[in-house]
Design a protein. Sequence first.
Length: 404
Amino acid sequence: MVDEEWAGHRVGEPGFRRAATAVFLAGVAVFATLYAPQALLPELTRAFGVSPASSTLAISISTGALAVGLLVLGPLSDRRGRTGILHASLAAAAVLAVLIALAPAWWVLLALRGLQGFALAGLPAVAVAYLREELHPAVSSRAIGLYVSGTAIGGLTGRLLSGVLTQLGGWRTALGGVALLAVGCAVAVRVLLPPSRRFTPLTRRGPLLRQLARAFTDPALLALYGVAALLMGGFVAIYNAGTFRLESAPYSLPPALAGLVFLAYLLGSASSPVAGALADRFGRRPVVPAAVALMAAGIALTVPTALWCIVLGLCVLTAGFFAAHGVASGWVAVRAQLGCRAVGKAASLYSFWYYVGSSVGGTLAGRAWSEAGWSGVVLLAGGSTLAALLLTVLLGRTRSLGAR
């Protein structure tokens, strides 16, 4: 039931701390689970006898299924509520994580990863909408930045943990360790997450496609969807192919050492809240293109063969990506709300294109690496990022609805 007088949790209140911590931990669980195989791609090629391009399906199938899940769970959350979907999502994904670690064949692993990707859609489908509804408007951008930082920490944790554990006991041990992390986070979120107090269910009936189409009538939202797909495609392409580059000559790094490059995600965890604070102060329109330009500079820095330059490039790339994504994802919720569109559907469509970009970019990265080496990967990721930069310039010229 909606509390008409209550304006949302504020900084310093127990409800804010519980909500922010719970959504942060949910981000850790989902993204650790989703991207744990990324550090294991060379190991999976050897274990199952598949090509590098085929091994990327362990990521792409999950992100593709997650994109489809968003189209179902986002609209469903507008009618049934946010918290129930989030809890069910985390529980199902944790169970599937255990089964994936026991997969007896490549096709079984891929099938389970597809199911898991659909289940994981529960968090991105509801997180931004939940925070926008339950937190005071003055602190929502900060909390969304914290959520995005949780996704960065989750991506880092999953990759580092799997890299270290595969060195100790193989890929099954690695994915089993990530499964335990997912179970622990799911339990913590169940205990901490405050129930919704300001959620208003949509009672309007109509075909799902017609309801989704309404979120495509705003040019600013269209630009933000494109930015999501292009940035994520370039980002995943660099990291997917990067694992193969670092384990091949002249570097020949073992999985545990190669996985250390994912420490760059710490910069992403820091840059997202900072960018959110800058957006609250100066507006979103100048912050997003600046962050995208930073990401493009990071991609350029990975071109030289010096290892220190590659690591620096990954750090700059990661900081720029999470800064842009953190602000853009929050912008979608604000824009949809001001334009009298369903926030859950708009946020789900943003996430849908985000994961479509991940699935397509990740798959193309394997082919680019096999056919043209690192130069092919840079052309793929760099072209995608420059196209996103152009969209952010166009985005800055769209009509304002009251949000900067």
